[in-house]
Design a protein around this ligand. Structure first.
Ligand SMILES: N[C@@H](CCC(=O)N[C@@H](CS)C(=O)NCC(=O)O)C(=O)O
Length: 260
């Protein structure tokens, strides 16, 4: 297991630290490209202590998160909320005792919030939103399930050995309706700003692109231009680049399912 103390990508790496009212505020130095005033003192105070999070470790490179889209979703949420975190990389093929104590089901992500270790990216991202509401990442309920069938149809197609079994068409149908949706409502699911639904979907689309490219020599058709630009747009965000798995990890991670 390795542990990394991480400052969010949007905060300048070189920062000066001011101790104030018993907690620590970090301000970027003057020559920093991005200068931010603390948005809300109580939120800054609450976020001073890095959040402890266990994520899957890379099997390729030391010190890198591995190919878990649910872990990346939580990392992205913390990055977009500018929360510092301590990332504990867990070797899922050889789970250590301490990890099984904090995650009895042996699953990642798990996060420590108010002295309790909590599993499941749905639960974690919701709690992060409640505890750290600024900036808000809430997706309105009527939009929260946009694109939600893409991941399962991608897996169906990836695992399929019969080209005529309809799994490719099922994926294309989901991608087409997402394309139409983004055309009408984009560039993100909730319009101009990224929200929780994008942070859940984007890591899954990243897996789709890499795994289908590698195992099926398949890519999203050019006709689905809004899906393609959505992917390009979100994959180029600093928060995404900082938290993404290596393509080699994604390929290795899906291998057992493909060979299945
Ligand atoms: N519903 C969970 C799914 C988490 C999950 O399935 N994580 C996988 C890694 S991507 C895991 O920990 N698997 C246990 C293992 O591989 O032993 C969530 O959203 O957090």
């Amino acid at each position: 297991m390795s542990t990394f103390r991480v400052q969010p990508a949007t905060t300048c790496a070189i920062s000066s630290t001011i101790k104030h009212f018993g907690f620590t505020l970090r301000f970027p130095q003057k020559n920093c490209a991005v200068f931010r005033r603390p948005r809300n003192l109580s939120i800054m105070a609450a976020s001073t202590d890095p959040l402890e999070i266990c994520v899957k470790a890379s099997v390729i490179a030391p010190n890198k998160p591995g190919d878990c889209p649910f872990c990346q979703r939580v990392l992205l949420t913390m990055e977009e909320k500018h929360l510092p975190y301590d990332m504990k990389l867990v070797d899922l093929s050889n789970k250590p005792e301490w990890f099984l104590k904090v995650s009895p089901e042996g699953k990642v992500p798990v996060i420590k919030l108010e002295e309790k270790w909590l599993p499941d990216s749905d639960v974690i991202t919701q709690l992060l939103e409640e505890k750290f509401p600024d900036p808000p990442l809430v997706t309105p309920p009527e939009k929260a399930s946009v694109g939600s069938k893409i991941f399962s149809t991608f897996i169906g197609f990836l695992k399929s050995k019969d080209p005529g079994d309809g799994t490719e068409q099922a994926l294309l149908n989901e991608l087409s309706s997402f394309d139409n949706y983004i055309k009408e409502n984009g560039p993100f699911i909730n319009g101009e700003k990224v929200s929780a639904a994008d942070l859940s979907l984007a890591p899954k689309l990243y897996h789709l692109e890499i795994a289908l490219g590698h195992y099926k020599k398949w890519s999203v058709p050019d006709s689905l231009q809004y899906v393609k630009s959505y992917m390009k747009n979100i994959f180029s965000k600093d928060s995404f680049i900082k938290t993404q798995a290596l393509p080699e990890d994604v390929i290795a991670g899906w291998r057992p399912k493909v060979l299945g």
